[in-house]
Ligand binder design. Structure first.
Ligand code: ZN
Length: 656
């Protein structure tokens, strides 16, 4: 554990709040302390309000902000006086507490204050830092966790038994503080939850957090419990159909499509293959913070039906405890442990799946370390259930609203590095899909820098390369819902009299043969798309209206169109729709340089602009326009359409 405080950097901060931002970001940079929005921090300052009265304000992390990237605006200013009054109440139901916090914020538009706000308020120090440090959880989550904490920290910290986060926890902490805190107290350990540190300055509070966690790490190191075991992946054959089946059944159980991400983490393999995984992984999550996003316990093996039914039993068992909590979350797993897959995680988006992966990756560390100390103990089933069905969590789910149209779905686009393909990638990402882009161009991985995008360099004329790309893409996202067959070549004009057979074959190899291989290899995967597979084929105006000098191109696109029509006939029974677009004169692509455009325009006696708009509507057709039609054809508006051919050319007299 490294103290990252940099006096020069800190010196640039002009206020306590800016220092609060600075040291919060230092905590956020270490994923063994806080993960994905976990943890929270605060600072108490005196401010004059508009009426000239001075009041004490607690700036506390707002929900929806991540410590790693938090800014001044990420802190909610709440009136301390009211918070301290609330802390005196006997009881305060959580929804009411949230209302009280929101209505005591002094800046309109500020984010909702953390549910741990009252806890921050009752700690009588200027700066307060709170993390869910892995090393600490490994120690508190053992049978004799409390004794171990005493041994490590002695009187330096207060120890609070597990209480569900919210008002009740704030009350318990306030009581402990009053009764037991000494001038030398620098922190507070919440068993099976996390760690608080505090101090008069940002540096002091941060430094104490780091030194407290360091002491926990040293304790683990001395007992040989710090490092998690690892196991190499080993040779595993093609898994793509297996993974797509698994994703399909998770989606069935959840009631919506999901992204399923698998990664070759040697730590996950060791964990999934350990002889005691069946038992130890079911003992519960390391901290309530992790339940929120990984949801319940991991699934072992790939039997989603059995998992879902045991989840329903768990719900039934605990339902009386939840009383009014009528809503039941979907019974689908979010974390899957399997000796062959290692760890796979599911989510409504690639980001959600990645969050579940990161959280469980840290849980595995906590479990492995606690086991090395003598045995992992976690939140009980009751505690787990209470938290999962917590009013505030349920409210958060309700607030989330309706997801984007392609949430949880995966689209594959060939020829993704530029032009229409790149525009399709962007349009699909915008609508919530995870996207795999294929291209011969080595620039393809850089088309989008987001967890929902994977760019793979691949030569689609090689069946081997297609197989490898499918394996990699399915490991990343779990399936194929939409396939956009866009890659193609557009050779220079050559009259038939001088057309070489080799050139003819080269054009067919890319424009037809490669698409046949892709369709054949993708068919078993498209069949498993939870909402039915969709294929969009990039044809050409030349299919209906060929041009002289474009024999190979026009014939290849005609063959491809015919291939798509047959696919529409054959695959309808599998719920797969296959439609073809016929674009024309899309000039914002790689092949149309300014120079080529000018020469072409001149040969027709037109300006470049006139040439671009040389169609019935007098409009320019851009890559983005084609991409918008592609996503439309994958969406609900075209759900009853297959085998269709649609021009996107501004209207062409020879086609109409
Ligand atoms: Zn917490």
């Amino acid at each position: 554990m490294k103290n990252l405080w940099d006096a020069a950097e800190a010196g640039k901060c002009k206020s306590d709040l800016e220092l609060r931002v600075y040291s919060s970001r230092l905590l956020g940079r270490d994923d063994t302390l806080v993960l994905h929005g976990g943890g929270n921090t605060s600072v108490k300052v005196r401010e004059k309000n508009a009426a000239g009265a001075e009041e004490e304000i607690l700036y506390v992390k707002g929900s929806g902000w991540d410590l790693e990237t938090i800014e001044v605006d990420g802190f909610a200013p709440v009136r301390m006086a009211h918070l301290l009054k609330l802390a005196q109440l006997e009881a305060l139901p959580d929804p009411q507490m949230v209302n009280e916090l929101a209505t005591q914020v002094t800046r309109a538009g500020a984010p909702a204050p953390s549910v741990e706000t009252i806890l921050h308020a009752v700690i009588p120090h200027k700066f307060v830092d709170h993390t869910h440090a892995d090393a600490l959880l490994a120690i508190t989550n053992t049978d004799d966790g409390e004794a171990r904490i005493q041994e490590i920290y002695g009187d330096d910290v207060l120890v609070v038994p597990y209480v569900m986060p919210g008002f009740e926890l704030a009350k318990v902490c306030a009581r402990r503080f009053k009764a037991e805190a000494k001038p030398s107290t620098i922190g507070m350990v919440l068993l099976k939850h996390g760690l608080f540190s505090f101090g008069a300055t940002a540096e002091e509070s941060y430094g104490r957090m780091i030194s407290l966690v360091e002491r926990a790490e040293n304790y683990l190191k001395e007992r040989g419990a710090l490092d998690s075991p690892i196991s190499p992946m080993g040779p595993i054959g093609p898994m793509r159909v297996e993974l797509a089946k698994l994703r399909h059944s998770i989606a069935q159980s959840a009631g919506f499509p999901v992204v399923l991400s698998t990664d070759a983490d040697p730590k996950a393999f060791a964990f999934a293959r350990a002889s005691n995984v069946r038992e130890v992984s079911q003992r519960g999550p390391a901290t309530p913070d992790h339940i929120v996003r990984t949801k319940r316990l991991p699934m072992l093996g790939r039997d989603v039906k059995a998992y879902a039914s045991s989840y329903r039993e768990y719900f039934a068992r605990n339902a009386p405890r939840a009383k009014e909590k009528k809503t039941m979350l979907d019974p689908a797993p979010r974390v899957i442990l399997d000796p062959e897959l290692g760890m796979a995680t599911a989510g409504r988006s690639a980001k959600e799946a990645a969050i579940a992966r990161d959280l469980y990756s840290h849980t595995m560390d906590v479990i492995a370390r606690a086991e090395a100390l003598g045995g992992y103990r976690a939140l009980s089933e009751e505690e787990l259930f209470e938290f999962e069905y917590w009013d505030l969590e349920q409210a958060k789910l309700r607030r989330a609203g309706s997801p984007p149209v392609f949430a949880g779905e995966i689209a594959w686009v060939t020829g993704a590095a530029s032009g229409i393909g790149k525009a399709c990638v962007e349009a699909l990402l915008k609508r919530g899909a995870a996207v795999v882009g294929l291209d011969l161009d080595p620039k393809v991985p850089g088309v989008a820098a987001r967890p929902a995008y994977l760019g793979l360099q691949a030569d689609i004329t090689s069946a081997e390369a297609i197989g490898a790309a499918l394996e990699a893409g399915i490991r990343a996202f779990g399936g194929i819902d939409m396939l956009v067959l866009n890659a193609g070549v557009f050779p220079a004009g050559t009259p038939i009299a001088s057309l070489e057979s080799s050139e003819w074959r080269r054009v067919f190899e890319v424009n037809v043969d490669a698409n046949l291989t892709l369709m054949r290899e993708c068919h078993p995967l498209l069949k498993l798309a939870p909402r039915g597979g969709r294929v969009v084929v990039m044809g050409s105006k030349n299919v209906a209206a060929p041009g002289p000098g474009a024999a190979a191109y026009s014939a290849s696109k005609a063959a491809l169109t015919q291939l798509a029509r047959v696919a529409a006939l054959e695959w309808g029974k599998d719920g797969i729709r296959v439609n073809t677009l016929h674009p024309n004169a899309v000039f914002d692509t790689g092949i149309w340089t300014d120079e080529v455009l000018e020469t072409r325009a001149k040969s027709y006696g037109l300006s470049v602009d006139e040439y671009k708009r040389n169609n019935v509507l007098g409009t320019e057709v851009r890559s983005r326009d084609v991409a918008e039609l592609v996503v439309e054809m994958c969406g609900p508006a075209f759900s009853k359409t297959t085998g269709a051919q649609i021009p996107i050319d501004g209207g062409n007299e020879r086609v109409i």
